[in-house]
Design a binder for this molecule. Sequence first.
Ligand code: IMP
Ligand code: MG
Length: 187
Amino acid sequence: MGRGRAPRDDVAEVLVTGQQLAEVVDRLARRLTADVGDKNPILIGVLTGAFVFMADLIRRLEFPLEADFICARSYGDGTAAGDLVIEMDVGRDIAGRHVVIVDDILDSGQTLGELVRILQERSPASVRTCCLLDKPQARTVEFEADYVGIQIPDRFVVGYGLDLGYHYRNLPFVGVLRPEVYRPAQD
Ligand code: IMP
Ligand code: MG
């Protein structure tokens, strides 16, 4: 990203507008309210990408809940499960609790699939997964989220929490960058 240039100047195409995102978050909030509104669930946002979505989502939920975060990073090439590293864990025991994992995007399916497996080992009452974006064509492992905001094509997107090299998380929409931005800098 060029120094001094506004992030949105690097955007080639807006895939999901801010207005559409708000509608999607509202719809997910209604479904979560119906399913876990009476369960005092723990919502666990997957850092870093989910922090914007999580912040908007929990403010649409008008029932008792606990918000927490987990930082998980996958070091594989996306083709094999099992190489997920928990870099920061949730701050509490989830045994007997209803858990909703909140993530930004379902791509290969590796991260969420592995996270569900890891959290299931801690004997929660239930584990649900809620993903804002879904790229169904990118899946390398068999995994589907319980709640999906919106399906998008298999393209690398940024904004609304999603980054390229730590940049672009502050864009208020989800978009695709101009091709030259994805290429490594020559200088
Ligand atoms: P997975 O491939 O489903 O395990 O996704 C792993 C993580 O990669 C997601 O939670 C995102 O943080 C990140 N990711 C996947 N696709 C994109 C994208 O298009 N833009 C930005 N981050 C992405
Ligand atoms: Mg993520």
